[in-house]
Design a protein around this ligand. Structure first.
Ligand SMILES: [Zn+2]
Length: 355
């Protein structure tokens, strides 16, 4: 960290084990160059955004760390998402390639970081989203995220000027109401906050709510006929190989999480302290979870993966984010997956955590 002479008042570095640790740049690997995506492209640096046509009227717009999609139809523009980090640069990107007005806005999901600039399209657009997204936006109103005007529950088709988009909800994954948007003719799929091309998933598996559903969504992506994936993040378009690569990383986390839960006894930490309430709910819990997280992180980062490289050499962020993702997967594995049984009346507990 910086020297103490220019230490701002808000910077809390002295919490020790009660707080979060700070790191140094030298602690981590140099990320693979192919993960840079649009971040350092000259047009993004000059204008603040990068826009490119993927195929036949389907465009990708990236601000470098958030991205979204729009489609020109000849009868108006369909926009998927409006990240506030992109904001009115999205309007500029659309105006750069067409004179058509925006007529339809699709919300991938209700999260403000992806649709928090949607109000800029005004009141004369149709807003299409899953019914859960509408429910959430009615429950937690936000003037920057207008309530959808059209909803669906499972599948919907949007056809404008002969351009067809297929919208599908396959159950809760990253959050309730998070949908797949497929442009079949252009072979483009948007699945937001699921896969992260050339990166590991961001902290806590992108803050996903249903990790079983989020993991399953990676496989659901592969059931689509697509060449290009828009993920909503990482400033990079993806493809099938990126999704397969992400699944391999998640599989590692899941496998080693199960192994850690089966291998590491909480009693070890309990017995090494004292058998008191304070030990159980303070130090033991912290050290037990530290041991679980470190076990999963070490095993995942040390493994030689399917292409002969380690994750740090393949995916940006593996060395920084794996510990955060390991914790999420450990917790969700414990909460969402089948256990091997329960405590019996005679006091006997299951030998193994999982079947
Ligand atoms: Zn989200």
């Amino acid at each position: 960290m910086s020297s103490s002479t220019d230490r701002p008042d808000w910077l809390v570095e002295d919490l020790g084990p009660k707080g979060a640790a700070f790191v140094n740049l030298s602690d981590f690997a140099v990320p693979p160059e192919e993960s840079h995506g649009s971040l350092f492209l000259p047009d993004r640096l000059a204008k603040g955004y990068h826009v490119e046509e993927i195929r036949d009227g389907v465009y990708w717009v990236s601000v470098g760390w958030y991205d979204c999609m729009f489609v020109t139809t000849g009868s108006g523009v369909i926009v998927l998402d409006a990240p506030p980090a992109l904001g009115e640069n999205l309007l500029a990107a659309i105006e750069e390639v067409t004179d058509e007005p925006v007529t339809h806005v699709i919300y991938s999901h209700w999260h403000a970081d992806h649709i928090g600039a949607a109000a800029m399209f005004g009141a004369n657009v149709q807003i299409i989203a899953h019914e859960k997204t509408k429910e959430l936006l009615e429950r937690f109103p936000d003037p920057f995220r207008p309530v959808p005007t059209e909803t669906f529950s499972k599948d919907a088709t949007l056809e404008v000027g002969g351009v067809r988009l297929e919208l599908s909800y396959k159950g809760q994954n990253h959050c309730e109401g998070n949908i797949f948007v497929h442009a079949p003719a252009q072979k483009v799929l948007a699945a937001i906050d699921i896969a992260s091309p050339a990166w590991v998933t961001f902290r806590d598996c992108d803050s996903s709510e249903n990790l079983s559903g989020w993991e399953q969504a990676h496989h659901q992506i592969l059931e689509y006929d697509f060449d290009t994936l828009i993920s909503g993040h990482v400033s990079k378009l993806g493809n099938r190989d990126d999704v397969v690569e992400g699944i391999e990383y998640i599989d590692d986390l899941v496998r080693y999480s199960r192994e850690a839960l089966e291998t590491i006894p909480m009693e070890y930490f309990h017995e090494s302290m004292d058998n008191t309430y304070r030990a159980a709910f303070r130090a033991v819990e912290e050290n037990y979870f530290a041991a679980l997280v470190n076990y999963v992180t070490k095993k995942t980062l040390e493994r030689t993966t399917s292409n002969g490289k380690r994750w740090e050499e393949r995916l940006n962020g593996a060395d920084v984010l794996t510990k955060h993702n390991a914790f999420s997967i450990l917790e969700k594995t414990r909460l969402e997956r089948t256990h091997n049984g329960y405590m019996r009346r005679d006091g006997s507990a299951p030998e193994k955590f999982f079947i």
